[in-house]
Design a protein around this ligand. Structure first.
Ligand SMILES: Nc1ncnc2c1ncn2[C@@H]1O[C@H](COP(=O)(O)OP(=O)(O)OP(=O)(O)O)[C@@H](O)[C@H]1O
Ligand SMILES: [Mg+2]
Length: 183
């Protein structure tokens, strides 16, 4: 497993998770994949909404060929957003057969919810996000762990700096976020 840098945060509102997504977008580059995992209602779509906001993409367009994909055309930053939800997929092979590689290689930023279901199809250099909802912590609390691949230490530092200015977001430690996102 490549060395990576993990940013761990706790959010106390949906808006805070959206804001973390927007902050993450500032560090994303053309061709990046963001692999998200977390239970139903953990906040994967909320965070993706933030990424869309941060990239300043245009409105959502359903793909004519890929029902699990919502596309957003590039805005002023020049990066399109391809948003997959792999919840209903059987495995990585099915994902590949449906055309995941073509979408990824078309450029922009590709976000995959339920990434662990299609793990083998995802690139090794993906940014990994694990979202965790703990009942004991209160209804609106989420723990977020964002793991950047080797060479992206500055991206991690930038996210941590930006998160410090987000209301309802705070640093969390490794025990709280439940370890390192799968790579
Ligand atoms: N801190 C928080 N961060 C994100 N969402 C929160 C938070 N607190 C409460 N929520 C609520 O939790 C829900 C998160 O839903 P969301 O659709 O983003 O989750 P998801 O992980 O994409 O779920 P699914 O697996 O069904 O796709 C929303 O109803 C949102 O309002
Ligand atoms: Mg979702």
């Amino acid at each position: 497993m490549a060395p990576e840098t993990v940013v761990r945060l706790r959010t106390r509102s949906r808006a805070a998770t959206v804001a973390v997504g927007a902050a993450l977008a500032a560090s994303l580059r053309d061709g990046d994949a963001v692999a998200m995992d977390g239970d139903l209602g953990a906040g994967k779509t909320a965070m993706t909404e933030g990424i869309a906001r941060g990239l300043a993409v245009r409105g959502a367009v359903s793909s004519p060929t890929f029902t699990l994909l919502i596309d957003h055309a590039a805005g002023p930053r020049g990066l399109a957003l391809h948003h997959f939800d792999a919840y209903r997929l059987a495995d990585a092979d099915e994902f590949r057969h449906l055309g995941f590689d073509e979408v990824l290689s078309s450029g922009g930023v590709t976000v995959v919810e339920w990434a662990s279901r299609v793990q083998g199809a995802l690139p090794a250099g993906a940014v990994r996000v694990e979202l965790d909802r703990r009942d004991a912590e209160g209804e609106d609390v989420r723990f977020l762990a964002v793991a950047f691949p080797e060479g992206r230490e500055e991206s991690a530092a930038a996210l941590a700096r930006a998160a410090a200015g987000i209301p309802d977001a705070a640093p969390a430690d490794a025990e709280e976020t439940g370890g390192t996102p799968r790579c």
